[in-house]
Design a protein around this ligand. Structure first.
Ligand SMILES: Nc1ncnc2c1ncn2[C@@H]1O[C@H](COP(=O)(O)OP(=O)(O)OP(=O)(O)O)[C@@H](O)[C@H]1O
Ligand SMILES: [Mg+2]
Length: 414
């Protein structure tokens, strides 16, 4: 299965490009689903077909869905929701308010990710295309598996221990309802599912992110930042779609605009090279419905398959060089002043701007101290001291449990 995620600043054309890709993919014979994860859905408008929280068949090889949090609550989150609602009511909250409060921020995002897992597990589709909300929300979506792993692991342990203790002691006399085994099982299931989702999202042969951009300064700047943060979460950005280019024309006013556009195209090419850059011009008529989506697909992909993998470069890599283990993290457009690093015994915490990632170190690196951190060719290189006392060597594996307490800053020499 192939997962293609379109993201970018508000209004750049994510929905249109996602719908056009899905249509072309289906018409080339791939079983495809296009899924909107943006609460302010506009996929239905783009396709000119009504959509809902249930999968709808659009045409041969093409399905579509707009993820709906209320629908998801009733189907997927029943047990957990019931418990949280009972719990809040036991604390004095009215039934209606308690129910409202069981819609946690992030639930919609998780539901969208569960769909990715369901599709992967059921092998129902060849291609899953995600039309997402503007950048910040999408970064939240894509960092969710990482964050939720930590969160649900803790929640599960707290609930399980509380349950053990309360059942043996005061549980029967307390007003607060205890979580049932079903609730615990659900939380465990959510945690395990999210771990699987993380594997799917960070496998570049399966998942890649495509950035949609317009030739405008602010859009380009936001896209650069998005690229950095996506790398931080180990997601492979495989190409850039420059949408709404002005068509060539010699009229006075437009001539000036065109030279401005050329200048921005130069910046885009220079900044994002060697990323594949695809382009589409501004269409003269309204871009809605299958016919115009087909024209958009023609402009972007020509006759090529829109699902080809343009890059499988993983932002994070661990390797050995001159007897030292090196953890290399691609962080384009970031300066060393923006990056903070902390290491606990088994975790490396990398913070870039407001975004933070806890990288679980492989066993081979846990006992090693960091020697230095430096920036080279858009990559942050963290060099670990040689073999530890047990003589263990650095390895290629990646990922375990996470913890971020008691961290100490890593010294950088650059
Ligand atoms: N190449 C194009 N030519 C003409 N119109 C376009 C083009 N690309 C997008 N549009 C139009 O621009 C508007 C915004 O496009 P779209 O909804 O695809 O953007 P978006 O990035 O998904 O927006 P949002 O951030 O609000 O979800 C729509 O009306 C769409 O029809
Ligand atoms: Mg949209």
């Amino acid at each position: 299965m192939r997962v293609i995620i379109y993201t970018g600043k508000g209004g750049v054309g994510k929905t249109s490009v996602a719908a056009a890709t899905a249509l072309r993919s289906a018409r080339m014979g791939h079983k495809t689903i296009v899924m909107s994860t943006d609460a302010a859905h506009s996929l239905a408008d783009s396709l000119e077909i009504p959509l809902s929280g249930d999968i709808r068949h659009i045409e041969e090889n093409l399905d579509a869905i707009e993820v709906d949090v209320v629908h998801e609550l009733e189907t997927r989150w029943n047990e957990v929701q019931k418990y949280v609602s009972d719990f809040l009511q036991s604390q004095g909250l009215g039934e209606v308010n308690a129910k409202e409060m069981t819609v946690w921020p992030g639930m919609e995002l998780m539901s969208a990710l569960f769909y990715v897992w369901d599709f992967y597990d059921a092998k129902k589709y060849d291609v899953v295309i995600l039309d997402t909300a503007p950048t910040a929300e999408t970064l939240r979506l894509l960092s969710f598996p990482e964050m939720s792993d930590w969160y649900f692991d803790k929640l599960y342990k707290i609930f399980r221990n509380a349950l053990k203790l309360a059942r043996a002691t005061v549980g029967k006399f307390m007003k607060t309802p205890l979580p049932s085994n079903e609730v615990l099982k659900d939380i465990e299931k959510i945690r395990d599912r999210m771990r699987s989702v993380k594997e799917i999202l960070t496998n570049p042969s399966v998942t890649s992110v495509r950035l949609v951009v317009n030739p405008e300064r602010m859009v380009i700047n936001e896209t650069k930042r998005a690229f950095t943060y996506l790398c931080l979460y180990n997601l492979t950005v495989e190409c850039l779609v420059v949408n709404r280019l002005m068509p060539q024309c010699s009229d006075g006013y437009f001539k000036e605009k065109l030279s401005e556009q050329d200048c921005y195209m130069g910046i885009i090419n220079e900044s994002f090279s060697p990323l594949t850059i695809l382009t589409a011009t501004q269409m003269p008529t309204e871009l809605v419905g299958k016919k115009s989506l087909e024209s958009l697909a023609d402009m972007i992909f020509g006759k090529t398959d829109p699902t080809v993998v343009y890059s499988v470069e993983k932002p994070m890599d661990i390797y050995e060089e001159n007897g030292s283990s090196i953890l290399s993290l691609k962080l384009p457009f970031s300066a060393k002043e923006e990056v903070e690093l902390y290491k606990t015994e088994d975790t490396l915490i990398v913070q870039v701007g407001h975004y933070k990632r806890s990288v679980s170190l492989p066993y081979s690196l846990i006992h090693k101290d960091t020697k230095k951190a430096e920036f080279k060719d858009g990559r942050l290189l963290i060099v670990f001291k040689g073999d530890d006392q047990d003589g263990r060597k650095g390895g290629q594996d990646e990922g375990r449990g996470e913890e971020d307490e008691g961290s100490a800053p890593v010294e950088g020499d650059d």
